[in-house]
Design a protein around this ligand. Structure first.
Ligand code: NAP
Length: 488
């Protein structure tokens, strides 16, 4: 089989329709939209284009399934999740190819994301049977306090294109474990991975109506009516702060429970006592994972003056050695950006920095198309005020600034409205704790360039959002507490 045949087979296996109440069906309007390959700017396939009527059908299915799903034995909910984990691992290569085709990142990275997504299903298969309330004596004596846990009810999930499987998995797995039903709307650029995941969940024995998937080109038109409907009890959103803010406002009408995983502007701090080899290695991970299109991507490198020249030189060497190309090709490390606006935005941010006096020690240009490729780039001497320091870059560009003191580094790191993740490199344990405590952020990579772990609480503070995904905290987002005051 040629690689083109294999690509066609993987695409053809995806049900390009809506999943509503256990049925794969076309949009009520009959409309569909194209999904493109960002490496070639050509169409891969079409999927159904849901409208508000389809969204309401999905909600009806979710609402009807809620009560029986909440009664489903936790062990069986866990076993469904476990089967999904096993399927994702067994089919990782095929699912990785599908992801690379629609999203662009190199195959090993897509495979890594499938395995990362799979781990959420394994983790929450184990958590499904560990939902407990409590029974205690009232402190004043006499009565008893009984606490029950219950699923919050039907949820709406909206996910971005940058991690087409994992961002959904982080919501779907704990919601299933907790006994919630759900409607998922994946990003319009990358609906195929979510449809493939939905088919796996269905094959694993998930009852009809528990998971409904609506693909659409009209996000506002399908999500707005859902959030206005009293049957929905929770919204979990991963995406930009701008859209998140709008959805929080809309959620106020029904006082929805809301989880928000929003944008970031991660500082990567290298103190003068850091192990520079480890810092450069970590910098490559924190910057280049997902072509830099990650909320956790290192957005600003803050390097102590005495080691800045050496760090810049080594990072430049590593970045310039990266192989850029179509993510399906053997040996490619850096795929295309998601679309033309993304490519143009990265170009604008670099141009702004250069105009203000920064130097590109490597890269600094878009590469010839037809896909949306940008050279891995390092910018040194980036002056305060450059847009690249305050906006999410979402591309393979590493801006470097220097600092004189630890206090300066902390102040610079915290000088952002975001607070998702920070990275810190130091060999001094006391400094490590001191700086970790001073950073205004939800997560810290201490001497490592990757924080994502299904067993850990992922999430941000400030305008990076609220709520946590993964860890023991992840299932709490889908549970209510009900307290019974008992007179004995
Ligand atoms: P986005 O533009 O905010 O889109 C995210 C999702 O929201 C997509 O499904 C999108 O649908 C939908 N959407 C857009 N407008 C909407 C509206 N008015 N009502 C309801 N839904 C709407 O973000 P993106 O460009 O896809 O993703 C990149 C952003 O996600 C970055 O800011 C990144 O930092 C953030 N992110 C955060 C995390 C985290 O865990 N904190 C993880 C990954 C990404 P369409 O596709 O149809 O536009």
């Amino acid at each position: 089989m040629t690689s083109t045949d294999r690509e066609s087979d993987v695409i053809a296996a995806v049900p390009g329709r809506l999943l509503i109440g256990g049925q794969w069906r076309a949009a009520a309007s009959g409309a569909s939209f194209a999904v493109d390959d960002p490496a070639t700017a050509t169409e891969l396939t079409e999927v159904a284009d849901a409208g508000a009527a389809d969204a309401m059908d999905a909600l009806t299915a979710a609402a009807e399934a809620q009560s029986s799903w909440a009664q489903h034995p936790p062990r069986e909910r866990g076993e469904i999740l476990r089967r999904v984990y096993e399927q994702l691992v067994a089919r990782a290569d095929e699912l990785a190819l599908l992801m690379t085709l629609e999203m662009g990142k190199a195959l090993p990275e897509s495979r890594g994301e499938i395995l990362y997504a799979a781990e959420f299903f394994r983790w929450f298969s184990e958590e499904a049977v560990r939902i407990h309330g409590r029974y205690m004596h009232a402190p004043a004596g006499g009565g008893r306090l009984l606490t029950m846990r219950a699923p919050v009810g039907p949820c709406v999930f909206v996910t971005p294109w940058n991690f087409p499987a994992a961002m959904g998995a982080r919501k779907i797995a704990p919601a299933i474990a907790a006994g919630c039903t759900m409607i998922v709307k994946p990003a319009q650029q990358t609906p195929l991975s979510m449809l493939a995941l939905a088919a796996i969940l269905q094959d694993a024995g998930l009852p009809d109506g528990v998971l409904n998937v609506i693909t659409s080109r009209h996000a506002g038109e399908v999500i707005g009516p859902l959030l206005a409907d009293p049957r929905v009890r929770k919204l979990s959103f991963t995406g930009s702060t701008e859209v998140g803010r709008r959805l929080i406002e809309q959620s106020a009408a029904q006082i929805l429970r809301v989880s928000m995983e929003l944008g970031g502007n991660a500082p990567f701090i290298v103190l003068e006592d850091a192990d520079l080899d480890a810092a450069v290695e970590g910098a490559m991970t924190a910057k280049m994972r997902n072509v830099g299109e990650a909320c956790t991507a290192a957005n600003r490198f803050l390097v102590a003056e005495p080691v800045a020249a050496a760090f810049t030189e080594r990072l430049t060497a590593r970045m310039s050695a990266q192989r850029v190309g179509r993510g399906t090709e053997e040996g490619v490390q850096v795929g295309p950006l998601i679309d033309r606006p993304a490519l143009e935005k990265v170009g604008e941010l670099v141009a702004d920095s250069l105009a203000l006096g920064a130097t590109a020690t490597t890269g600094g240009r878009a590469l010839p198309g037809p896909g949306f490729f940008y050279e891995p780039t390092v910018l040194s001497d980036v002056p305060a005020g450059a847009r690249v320091l305050s906006e999410e870059i979402f591309g393979p560009v590493a801006p470097i600034q220097t600092f004189a003191t630890e206090e300066d580094a902390i102040a610079a790191a915290n000088a952002t409205e975001y607070g998702l993740v920070a990275y810190l490199y130091t060999r001094d344990l006391q400094r490590a704790f001191r700086v970790c405590e001073a950073l205004e952020t939800g997560m810290i990579g201490l001497n490592q360039g990757l924080v994502s772990n299904p067993a850990a609480p992922f999430g941000g503070v400030k305008q990076s959002g609220f709520g946590r995904e993964g860890g023991f905290e992840g299932i709490e987002e889908y549970l209510e507490s009900k307290y019974v005051a008992m007179a004995l």
